[in-house]
Design a protein around this ligand. Structure first.
Ligand code: B12
Ligand code: SF4
Length: 497
């Protein structure tokens, strides 16, 4: 008995963790009277199996079939699924939701609606419409060959309750789950496409008890003690950190976690460091973005680099924390020589400040319908000329390079880093992902920091990923065996003729 089915997954093969979006919607909608079935690991199901899943899970109550595109971009799978729905279940709505994603190769003619952005309220509104309880007064805008809404716009975005109720049927065979602490960020960095920017301190923060309940429930049901904090800037103020410390204490569960931090806030508010340590921080991702003074000022992260680095060192000296920073290629005022110099600095600092780092080309998404950055809107003012805007990520040029050159350079430098560090990154993943997986497998933070990760551990991860996927698939396909015996029987007969 489900009102809708959401297919989800991580685009990458290399993770033991899960994407939260579909599960958050399931929890919220069930609190409001609608049942949602989730099919995770979408890219691991064959076309035949997708057909079987549709037969098994679609019933008379089903109103929609959706895909969560925050972390899943497999358009072959989406096209196949929606074609099946349009052919065999024409009354159902086909929906894509999540953070606005490029989805190259998607046939948008067979997508009825796109919901971009945090979508609890908009989706509830839409389901009430589909069940005849209200009219559809959502603000639909033409989008590709379909229509879309910016699901965050026009709603309260109340974030006091952000519960995700993971269920035994989700087969949580891992010790790393995402958990939302708050939404949005108090800053407005000029390149940033994150949601709900410029919020007031403590807007969109989760209620303390609501957070504590989730820590406790996850521990009692699945033994979870290790988390990826989904929060755009975890340390945007000290009150929030204290609030989370209280929630952890209330839950009675001793946790470890990874999170996104701003270095300038650590420098300005050093009293954050003991709180982070005592609450269980083991890995942190910074976004220093650049060492070039002009570029830093332009984006809105202008604090003197030395001060930022000292704060990061203080954090690491207080208790072991694996650290990573993202760096952007293509910011105003920063030349290719500057970037090569920064890469050399990273190589020379030998884990003193950062255990890993990654280069990312600047993305200008001029045609994005949601979450536009200042650079997306006023690119000319910041020295960018648009060369081609037919794709989701616009091709640009500034005084130093083109977007194509910035893409190539980031690829080259990231490869170089892997070679230099003889990287033990888990199957090529970078950033928090890597550290979270390893902590979840029981490795000590010290070993991760010192790159003391044997190939046996990597094989163990690979085996666990394969086992998890197989167990999950078996469970979801359970009850369709009969189907499969019949089709095997017929295909054997076919072969005889
Ligand atoms: C936490 C996080 C991570 C964590 C994830 C941990 C985990 N296990 O989930 C880590 C650090 C590992 C990570 C990694 C990466 N991330 Co990240 N991450 C985030 C962050 C900050 C929050 C995501 C989240 O979980 N939110 C909480 C959930 C509940 O929200 P949600 O998924 O958006 O779901 C809501 C809506 O979107 C909607 N929705 C979702 N699904 C569906 C389905 C339907 C049918 C409907 C109607 C609605 C709907 O409803 C949900 C409830 O409101 C976002 C930024 C942001 N604030 O959105 C970036 C973000 C998702 N990441 C991004 C990127 C690019 C990456 C990386 C590729 C970075 C890299 N180069 O390595 C990797 C991907 C790794 C991989 N293998 O796929 C981009 C994705 C851009 C895109 N979609 O095109 C984002 C948006 C940041 C950005 N603006 O650049 N990330
Ligand atoms: S880059 Fe980070 S600090 Fe800046 S606005 Fe975005 S989420 Fe906030």
């Amino acid at each position: 008995m489900s009102h809708g089915i959401i297919f989800t997954g991580m685009d990458s093969e290399s993770t033991l963790s899960r994407a939260a979006g579909a599960y958050r919607l399931r929890t919220w909608l069930s609190q409001n009277g609608y049942n949602v079935e989730i099919i995770d690991y979408f890219n691991h199901f064959t076309k035949k199996e997708i057909r079987k899943l549709c037969k098994k899970y679609i019933n008379n109550d089903t109103l929609f079939v959706g895909v969560s595109a925050t972390f899943f971009y497999g358009t072959d799978h989406i096209n196949f699924l929606f074609k099946e729905i349009k052919k065999h279940y024409p009354n159902l709505k086909t929906i894509i939701g999540g953070t606005e994603s490029e989805l190259v190769g998607l046939n948008s003619k067979i997508v009825d609606k796109f919901f971009w952005g945090y979508a609890e309220d908009a989706m509830l509104h839409y389901l009430d419409f589909l069940t005849g309880k209200r009219s559809d007064d959502l603000n639909w805008i033409p989008y590709k060959d379909s229509v879309a809404i910016n699901a965050e716009q026009g709603f309260k975005n109340d974030s006091s309750n952000l519960t995700v109720e993971w269920e035994p049927e989700d087969i949580i065979n891992t010790n790393n789950l995402p958990i939302e602490i708050s939404r949005g960020c108090i800053f407005r960095c000029r390149f940033c496409q994150y949601p709900l920017l410029g919020k007031k301190k403590n807007d969109y923060i989760r209620d303390e008890n609501n957070l504590a309940d989730e820590f406790r429930r996850n521990y009692e049901l699945f033994g979870i003690t290790n988390y990826s904090f989904s929060d755009d800037t975890f340390n945007d103020n000290i009150v929030k950190l204290e609030h989370v410390a209280n929630a952890i204490a209330k839950s009675g569960v001793k946790i470890t976690y990874s999170c996104f931090l701003r270095a300038d806030l650590l420098a300005n508010f050093p009293e954050m460091i003991p709180i982070l340590s005592e609450t269980g921080i083991v890995a942190a991702q910074f976004g220093l973005e650049s060492f070039n003074e002009t570029a830093k000022k332009v984006v809105g992260k202008g604090m003197n680099t030395e001060k930022q680095l000292l704060a990061i060192k203080n954090l690491k000296n207080y208790s072991p924390v694996w650290t990573f920073t993202g760096m952007i290629i293509g910011l105003p005022g920063e030349s290719i020589e500057d970037i090569n110099r920064s890469q050399q600095w990273f190589v020379d600092q030998k884990n003193e400040y950062f255990n890993d780092w990654g280069w990312y080309p600047l993305g200008i998404k001029k045609n994005s319908m949601t979450r536009k950055s200042e650079f997306d809107i006023n690119y000319e003012k910041w020295g960018y000329t648009i060369l081609d805007d037919s794709n989701h990520c616009t091709d640009w040029k500034n005084e130093f390079m083109t977007s194509e050159e910035s893409r190539k350079l980031s690829h080259k430098l990231n490869l170089e880093t892997i070679m230099i560090k003889k990287s033990k990154r888990v199957f090529g993943t970078v950033g928090l992902w890597h550290a979270s997986e390893l902590v979840g497998l029981g490795l000590s933070v010290e070993d991760i920091i010192n790159d003391n990760v044997g190939s046996d551990v990597l094989i163990q991860i690979q085996e666990k990923i394969e086992r998890n996927t197989r167990d999950y698939k078996l469970m979801k396909l359970k009850g369709t065996e009969e189907d499969s015996y019949i089709s095997t029987f017929f295909s054997k007969i076919k072969k005889l003729f």
